[in-house]
Design a protein around this ligand. Structure first.
Ligand code: SF4
Length: 331
């Protein structure tokens, strides 16, 4: 049984560092909360942390670098002692991580501990050179691109009033060109706000310039700040189809973190795992069935039980895992 001192140390360490927790994108990820709730440059309609009371855009020193790195060090040691692997230490705070002026230094110190570092950012401060320099030290960065049209950006991300979309997009582009690590993008689709095909096509054009390793199509999966609805399965599938025309790798991030692509030998489970990550064309499902020696009845049964849904895009049929249940929004 843990001693009182061990419990106390663990509580102190968990105020900033937590986990490791399983993450589909990052394997076993140790979360770092370097920003207290809720310091952010945006107040996204879908934010699970509620509205941002006072939006900020100037990075400042929030926690001492030593405090953060010490807490991560303690968590890493606990994980090693428990035989747990940690693939990434991930800055995924209750706000915007690049508002921490010491982020670059923190990343440098964490890398000396032998762990890869990831940052999940809204990208709104990348027009600042100091922010680009801090962020480029990470091994993996996810950038939010929910809109590229002024009006839609205001509706979905509700930015701090001095921010300018074109300046931000230019900063994001500059960052993508200079960054040597792995770049991912995340586009959160909200029904009736940014799920229109015209905006999705414009977002896809911009993402193509960034050449991300992977572009994620996401939907709000936790109770959001406002009464917004996730985009429909039809819109999510359309976004996937538009993105995949110009981007090398596109995946859904829609709340199913399970056995992605693990071949369990159970055809139904395998089909649901794959279609939780991207839609499958009718022909691909048919081939999958043939290889498994199974019949189309299984698909009909999954549709009937509301696990799978059939969609149409440009005259072709696609199959996608049906949306229900809540999952992790950021990881
Ligand atoms: S979702 Fe992220 S970027 Fe948007 S308001 Fe919440 S913390 Fe800020």
């Amino acid at each position: 049984m843990a001693t009182k001192e061990q419990i106390r140390q663990s509580l102190v360490a968990s105020s900033i560092a937590y986990g490791p927790v399983p993450s589909r994108r990052l394997g076993r990820s140790l979360g770092i909360n370097n920003i207290p709730p809720k310091i952010c440059s945006y107040s996204c309609t879908y934010c699970q942390l509620g509205r941002t009371p006072r939006k900020e855009v100037v990075p400042r020193s929030i926690n001492k670098t030593a405090k953060i790195t010490q807490q991560v060090r303690t968590k890493l040691k606990q994980a090693t002692d428990n035989g747990e692997l940690v693939d990434y230490a991930t800055f995924v705070p209750d706000g915007e991580p690049t508002l921490d002026a010491n982020l670059g230094r923190e990343i440098e110190v964490l890398k000396t501990l032998g762990v890869r570092v990831a940052v999940i950012t809204n990208g709104s401060l990348l027009w600042r050179q100091d922010v680009r320099q801090n962020l480029r030290k990470a091994d993996w960065v996810s950038l939010k691109v929910d809109a590229v049209s002024e009006q839609i950006w205001h509706m979905v991300n509700r930015p701090q009033k001095s921010l300018k979309l074109q300046t931000i997009l230019q900063g994001i582009l500059e960052f993508a060109q200079m960054f040597g690590g792995e770049l991912a993008t995340e586009t959160m689709l909200v029904r009736g706000i940014n799920d229109d095909l015209g905006e999705i096509k414009n977002i896809a054009k911009f993402l193509a310039l960034l050449k991300p390793t992977k572009a994620y199509v996401a939907i709000p999966t936790r109770p959001p700040a406002e009464r917004v609805m996730p985009a429909s399965e039809q819109s999510i599938n359309a976004a996937y189809q538009v993105f995949i025309e110009t981007l090398s790798s596109v995946e859904y991030l829609i709340g199913y973190e399970g056995n992605t692509f693990a071949c369990t030998g159970n055809f139904q489970e395998d089909l649901l795992s794959i279609t939780a990550v991207h839609p499958m064309r009718e022909e691909a499902v048919a081939e999958f069935l043939r290889n498994a020696g199974a019949s189309w009845e299984i698909v009909q049964d999954l549709i009937k039980k509301r696990f799978l849904t059939e969609l149409e895009y440009q005259g072709k049929k696609f199959y996608m895992r049906k949306l229900h249940g809540l999952g992790c929004q950021h990881f």
